[in-house]
Write a protein that binds this ligand. Structure first.
Ligand code: ADP
Ligand code: MG
Ligand code: MG
Length: 205
């Protein structure tokens, strides 16, 4: 996986988030403060601008730039959380990037967000999409899957993980203030995490 694949990942993520911006914001309107779609759309637009202004020389640099930009430009919980995923992923990634290397580094990124957000599987957050995606990648590596198959499986696991947040009661973030009233709605951050994984699957094909 070369540097341009990682740049394309964020361009595609920006496109999907812009396409689904209103849906993400509506999900956040139900259990949060109705800004998730606009937060991420703005952040990813800035990421694409940063990547175009100073084209990174390595996959790690793409991820560090993206993570740092999201932390600086997204004025919500999701900015620092996504920022920490991408910065840790970038830090852990060795060049040349193999599927196994990506999978191991991605797991470190997920651990970073779990630590920062003090969130675990089942708390109804982005972790509920990211952790199953990481697990799917690890299983794909174990089974000798192709890069394409591995990222397709990760995207599917993230999508299923996002849908699985619907019956959950939120235990972290703004949605947790609603208590039982958070039940019955998909978590916006889990929904956007599924878009990030869909974007990755789209660009490796
Ligand atoms: P804010 O809640 O500050 O308005 P956003 O709306 O952009 O930020 O993002 C909300 C999303 O962030 C939630 O749907 C959830 O997935 C994620 N999130 C919030 N708090 C946490 C946390 N402590 N750990 C992990 N994810 C979290
Ligand atoms: Mg919000
Ligand atoms: Mg907010």
């Amino acid at each position: 996986m070369e540097t341009d694949v990682f740049t394309a990942w964020f361009e595609e993520a920006a496109r999907l988030v812009r396409r689904d911006r209103d849906r993400l914001t509506e999900l956040d309107a139900a259990i949060g403060d109705a800004d998730h779609g606009t937060n991420l759309d703005r952040g990813l637009t800035e990421v694409c601008k940063a990547l175009a202004d100073a084209p990174p020389a390595s996959p790690s640099q793409v991820l560090t730039t993206a993570g740092t930009t999201l932390i600086r430009r997204v004025g919500g919980a999701s900015g620092p959380l996504y920022g920490s995923v991408f910065r840790q992923l970038g830090k852990a990634l060795e060049t040349p990037v193999t599927l196994a290397g990506f999978s191991a580094a991605f797991e470190e990124g997920v651990v970073a967000v779990e630590r920062l957000g003090k969130a675990a599987l089942g708390d109804k957050t982005m972790v509920d999409a990211l952790a199953p995606a990481s697990r799917a990648l690890a299983l794909a590596v174990r089974d000798g899957a192709s890069v394409r198959e591995a990222f397709d499986q990760a995207a599917r696991a993230a999508e299923e993980g996002a849908k699985a947040t619907i019956p959950m009661q939120a235990r972290k973030g703004r949605a947790s203030y609603l208590g039982e009233r958070s039940i019955g709605h998909e978590d916006p951050g889990a929904a956007s995490a599924a878009l990030f994984m869909a974007a990755l699957a789209a660009v490796v094909e």
